[in-house]
Write a protein that binds this ligand. Structure first.
Ligand SMILES: C[S@@+](CC[C@H](N)C(=O)[O-])C[C@H]1O[C@@H](n2cnc3c(N)ncnc32)[C@H](O)[C@@H]1O
Ligand code: SF4
Length: 449
């Protein structure tokens, strides 16, 4: 990789877990609009649910998630009352035939929930929605939280996928990011969930953390591989202290530079592929037997707010503070502040305060960007099938970009824009070429690599 290419394409761009991206949501979409959009959902629709639990009993300095530190449980009890109200309200607005194909508990740390509360939450979901027989239930787990009662409750809730945050096993890196978590502790969680029949285990690891070196990344990857997770997410540390105050605890002089970040990402990827994992999109790896790898091979990989997914649901419903929903007519987002969320949900059931209604052009560009992020290119013909006029605008942009792009990131091949192998790490930057909102307000994002 030439240094100039790396520096040219590593500027800050969105992660494209949606298009249009969340900074372009506006207050014109509110609870009334959300009510109409929910009621417009068809009867034979499949939906997936995302529940956000914005609490943690430790605060890791690197964390960019929407969460609050609490050592007391009362705030969680109060939050759950509002979440129950929202579940009932959304469920009552849906057509009765809509089926839930996937439920994802994210955060924060859903594993902070007490066993009884988790059971009550699942009962409420099953009461308000109709579940498909083969529903996938995934849970983000902080290995620090777990005990026998919680494992049993997660198993009784029907958890099919456990997603463990690991980040890095090096003690100095862990101390600097305020996240102490030994290999033995992590292994005990993997063993415990597998003993309870969980089919799929995912581990998150990071590169670009303070004091990380090629050697620490290599050791962490080797340790992770020894646990044999089905999926691995390899994220670049997003340093956004202007948004996340606690990241100012991270000594910036200890952060690897862009060249080292890139070297760490490439090395980790090489080791995972050598260990038998298939590379998925820009930052995931999966065993060939895993459904994400199958989706990547057969062209059905999708991208949503949780990253890469094989979930083919027609709509994603977000529940809880800050959660985002993706409906056929547009995106909605609940209010972020937990206190305000509770007031709104307890008062009227719903808590949407922002979103965006999709125009025909948004839909076309969303297809282009999802294709780039999932399949590293897009067919001009399939765009023309959606809308011939709009397709010509996008195709002209693709041809112009390919013509001026002399550094081998992409090329036009048989009526298709193709990102080359060398260009794949910069897929976010290529996607940004087709983002018509970016020019109107760049915002501040994390590094593309
Ligand atoms: C909600 S957290 C994980 C669940 C659980 N609370 C835990 O920490 O184990 C989801 C994942 O987001 C990723 N993440 C959080 N902050 C990040 C950041 N600043 N940059 C990149 N990835 C980040 C981490 O890999 C983390 O495991
Ligand atoms: S990484 Fe997980 S445990 Fe740490 S603060 Fe973020 S959400 Fe909480």
């Amino acid at each position: 990789m030439s240094k100039s290419l790396l520096h040219k394409y590593s500027s800050a761009v969105p992660r494209y877990t949606s298009y249009p991206t969340a900074p372009h949501f506006h207050t014109g979409v509110d609870c009334d609009k959300y009510t109409q959009w929910l009621q417009a959902l068809g009867d034979d629709l499949s939906i997936s649910l995302y529940l956000h639990i914005p609490y943690c009993d430790r605060l890791c300095w690197f964390c960019a998630c929407h969460t609050k530190h609490t050592l007391k449980y009362e705030p969680i009890t109060e939050y759950l009352q509002a979440l129950h109200r929202e579940i009932a309200a959304v469920g009552s607005l849906l057509a009765s035939g809509a089926k839930v194909s996937a439920v994802h508990f994210g955060g924060g740390s859903p594993t902070m929930l007490r066993p009884d509360d988790l059971a009550a939450l699942m009962a409420a979901l099953r009461h308000s929605f109709t579940f498909a027989a083969d529903v996938e239930i995934s849970v983000e787990m902080d290995p620090n939280d777990l005990d026998e009662g919680r494992y049993d409750a997660l198993s009784a809730a029907g958890m099919t996928r456990a997603s463990l945050g690991v980040q890095d096993f090096d003690p100095k890196v862990q101390k600097t990011i305020n996240r102490i978590q030994t290999f033995a502790q992590t292994k005990s969680v993997v063993d415990a969930v597998r003993a309870r029949g969980v089919r799929s285990v995912n581990c998150d690891i990071l590169y670009g953390l303070p004091y990380q070196t090629l050697a620490t990344v290599e050791r962490t990857v080797a340790d992770i591989v020894s646990l044999s997770p089905d999926r691995i997410a390899l994220f670049g540390y997003a340093h956004v202290p202007w948004m996340k105050k606690h990241q100012t605890m991270i000594p910036e002089e200890a952060l690897p530079g862009i060249d080292m970040r890139y070297a760490q990402m490439v090395r980790a990827g090489e080791l995972l592929v050598a260990a038998g994992y298939e590379a998925i999109g820009i930052d995931h790896f999966a065993k060939p037997t895993d459904s994400l790898a199958a989706a990547s091979r057969n062209g059905t990989l999708r991208r949503n707010f949780q990253g890469y997914t094989d979930d083919a649901a027609d709509a994603l419903i977000g529940l809880g503070a800050s959660s985002i929903g993706q409906l056929p007519l547009g995106f909605v987002q609940n209010i972020t502040a937990t206190g305000e969320y509770q007031r709104m949900a307890l008062d009227g059931g719903l808590a949407v305060v922002r979103g965006i209604e999709l125009s025909a052009e948004d839909r076309m560009r969303a297809v282009v960007i999802e294709e780039i992020m999932c399949r590293f290119g897009f067919d001009f013909g399939s765009l023309r099938d959606i809308d011939a006029g709009l397709a010509e605008t996008v195709v002209a942009e693709a041809r112009a970009f390919a013509a001026t792009n002399r550094d081998g990131v992409c090329r036009i091949e048989d009526d298709r824009l193709v990102i080359t192998d060398a260009g794949r790490p910069f897929a976010r930057s290529v996607a940004a070429v087709f983002d018509s909102y970016l020019a109107n307000g760049r915002g501040r994002h994390s590094l593309a690599v």
